[in-house]
Design a protein around this ligand. Structure first.
Ligand code: SAH
Length: 354
């Protein structure tokens, strides 16, 4: 794409208004173009039939619309679908569509690769390549909606990457997703998941977005968390929990602690007690995830029975605890199974673990 042009979906609603103002166009054009882009999902300016020709030419001179190219779609037995997209520069990312009776959830990637290298998660196993742009973040929704012929009701930032490490683009993307003239998905239906980037949590706190925040906890002692979520060496549990408390007290929004259960690693009764106490103290919810197997790793998920016992103990400490149902594991679409450049991994002879 020409360097002097940019994908128009990188622009916020306010920036769009600014552009039209500069061009001495009416302000309602911003509303119109947002509807074309995000509600009618058009791929070219010529399709914006209520725009005068002159304006279409002007738009074409300055901007382009570059839809993500779908390289592969995999469909799981349970209806979950995974899309592999190719980006402009040839890199690839994945997005997962999870249909339920009353909800249609899309799990978005926010980066190509990940810097944070949690040893049980495939997404970080090949390092970090680059940030996703706003157009690439919201573009995942537009193309998934087109390919599934459905309107998403919930968005979770739980695909490849660390959302709070791509803070500016994430927030801009969320505003477009939330914007009534944009994708019009309520803030409370959008979840940001973080491995615990304390500065990001504190910045987010002040924004006043009503989004859901999930924190990937996975351990209740610094010793273990240093290994499972290495960013803990920079922001230890004390710092993380204090940021969570500030977030909760400032926003009045309940935080969710995600906890992937790994056999013999973090699934003892005393782990459950400590987690229950930690969550109860912060009025946080606990979401237990039986650890999913993936290409790179040597952790085994706890058995179903163990997960249920663990939940019971967490609850006995006064905390709310749910078990996340695993979706799409037959197509490697479950938590921790998303990777970029899957083909490369397969060529190298990496196999999904049983
Ligand atoms: N970087 C963010 C976003 C990724 S979200 C974060 O860490 O929160 C993906 C969620 O799935 C996180 O809670 C992550 O810790 C969890 N996860 C990663 N690998 C997993 C695995 N193998 N099994 C179960 N959950 C896993």
């Amino acid at each position: 794409m020409p360097l002097d042009k940019e994908d128009i979906r990188n622009l916020s609603f306010e920036e769009m208004k600014e552009v039209f103002k500069r061009w001495e166009e009416a302000e309602y054009r911003a509303e119109q173009i947002f509807k074309w882009l995000y509600q009618k999902n058009v791929r070219g300016f010529k399709q914006m039939t209520d725009f005068p020709k002159k304006l279409i030419l002007e738009l074409e001179k300055r901007f382009f619309i570059s839809p993500l190219a779908c390289l592969k779609t995999l469909a799981a037995k349970d209806g979950t679908k995974k899309f592999l997209w190719q980006l402009e520069d040839g890199h690839s990312i994945e997005t997962v569509f999870i249909p339920e009776k009353l909800r249609r959830t899309l799990c978005l990637s926010t980066q190509v690769g990940c810097k944070f290298a949690c040893p049980f998660c495939a997404s970080g196993s090949k390092g970090f390549i680059r940030q996703l742009g706003v157009a690439e973040i919201v573009g995942q929704i537009l193309e998934a909606q087109r390919l599934t012929a459905s309107k998403m009701t919930n968005i979770v930032m739980m695909g490849i990457g660390e959302p709070l490490d791509n803070y500016e683009n994430l927030v801009k993307g969320i505003r477009i997703i939330n914007q009534p003239e944009g994708l019009s998905i309520g803030a409370r239906k959008i979840t940001i998941s973080t491995c615990g980037l304390v500065p990001g949590i504190l910045k987010l706190k002040k924004l006043g977005l009503q989004v859901e925040l999930s924190v990937s906890l996975h351990a209740t002692s610094d010793d273990l968390r240093d290994k499972l979520v290495p960013i803990n060496r920079r922001y230890n549990l004390e710092k993380l929990l204090s940021a969570c408390r500030e977030y909760y007290e400032f926003t009045d929004r309940v935080i969710t602690f995600e906890y992937a259960l790994m056999e013999g690693v973090n699934d003892s009764d005393s782990d459950a007690q400590a987690l229950g106490d930690m969550a109860q103290g912060l009025k946080a919810k606990v979401n237990l995830i039986p650890c999913n197997p993936n290409m790179s790793l040597c952790y085994r998920g706890s058995a179903e029975r163990k997960v249920k016992d663990f939940q019971r103990i967490v609850r006995s400490r006064g905390a709310t605890a749910t078990i996340r149902s695993t979706r799409g594991s037959d197509i490697q679409a479950a938590c921790g199974q998303l990777a970029f450049d899957r083909e490369v991994a397969e060529e190298k002879g990496c196999q999904p673990r049983p």
